[in-house]
Design a protein. Sequence first.
Length: 137
Amino acid sequence: MLFRGVDEILLVQEKLDSNRWSLPGGWAEVGYTPFEVAVKEVREETGLEVEAVRLLALLDKKQHPHPPQPWYVYKAFVLCRVVGGAIQTDTVETAGVRWVHRAELAQLELSVDRVTLSQLEQMLEFASRPELPTLCD
């Protein structure tokens, strides 16, 4: 998860979900730490090189309004900082990448299997209040 200032968040359009918007991310491969997964997924989906800074939240998908799934999933929201690279707007997994202002979020067609509007709004609170404690269901 990447913030620009206190009102913008970097989102990607997921090709596998009809170009709906989501945070950069994906399944954790065996042998990768959560921070390593965050760094890898941001690079693959945006072209940006980042450093993982802090775990913002660990959420149980069944406690949030995601569509039902046959498997059990925890969502890790990891704050990252850009250290290099450049935004690539078309990757193997994503059809678009852009900074989205908080005021635009409600109008976007989100990939709710991956992230909900309420989760994005919760995460943006960390941009203006970085001292908030890590969220955990």
